[in-house]
Design a protein around this ligand. Structure first.
Ligand SMILES: C[S@@+](CC[C@H](N)C(=O)[O-])C[C@H]1O[C@@H](n2cnc3c(N)ncnc32)[C@H](O)[C@@H]1O
Length: 194
């Protein structure tokens, strides 16, 4: 979760939803379903992915009454691949990449390597319009995390997206018009939504 807001930054998620007509919320890292529950009231459907059985069970218990939420128990990269095969071309997703670990948040497990680059590489194969939020930007370039530059490059996807930063979250959105990729790869320190 972000250091400055609990769970997905709601103002940004709603702004992106409205601007890009996004109708699905796809989350990596469910924990107990805090962001997924919020998203269920604001998106047509929610897919949330959790690898650990104990959190998955708690999330299912918390979310089971929400008919537009699908809980998936798997590693994020495998689940994202299946979601793309099933739903690309049908949904316009907002991705909330939050399957994240840290020294202060190990969820009772040994520290893990971040999967965020593999997640973004998979999302880069989506053809439907979409936007991506990556939580915990401050952890990039620290042990067990990819470098900030590699994540920025993956999010840019050869100039398809521009990248901003707000709170502790990287925001990757479709490039505007003919704006050149080189002009849009700076990370802004403000909460503007491109
Ligand atoms: C920061 S918490 C998620 C918080 C949640 N997204 C929210 O906004 O309320 C991170 C979660 O990611 C899960 N996780 C870590 N690595 C994962 C992976 N590779 N695939 C799926 N879940 C993962 C952890 O078990 C933990 O429950």
């Amino acid at each position: 979760m972000s250091r400055s807001v609990r769970g997905v930054p709601r103002d940004i998620a709603l702004s992106l939803r409205d601007k890009y007509k996004l109708d699905a919320f796809i989350e990596t890292g469910t924990l107990i379903g805090y962001s997924a529950a919020w998203a269920s009231a604001h998106f047509d459907c929610v897919f949330t992915i959790e690898v650990f059985d104990d959190y998955f069970k708690m999330a299912v218990n918390n979310l089971c009454r929400l008919r537009n939420v699908t809980c998936i128990k798997n590693l994020s990269v495998y689940a994202l691949e299946q979601l793309r095969l099933d739903w690309d071309g049908y949904y316009f997703p907002l991705f909330w990449l939050d399957a994240h670990w840290g020294e202060e948040a190990q969820y009772g497990r040994p520290p893990q390597e971040s999967q965020v680059l593999a997640e973004i590489d998979n999302i880069n194969r989506w053809k439907s319009p979409h936007a991506i939020l990556v939580d915990d930007a401050h952890k990039l370039s620290t042990p067990r995390w990819p470098t900030r530059e590699s994540v920025m490059e993956a999010l840019s996807d050869n100039g398809r997206r521009e990248i901003h930063k707000a709170y502790d979250v990287l925001i990757a959105t479709p490039i505007k018009g003919e704006q050149h990729a080189a002009e849009s790869s700076d990370v802004s320190a403000t909460a503007d939504i491109p």
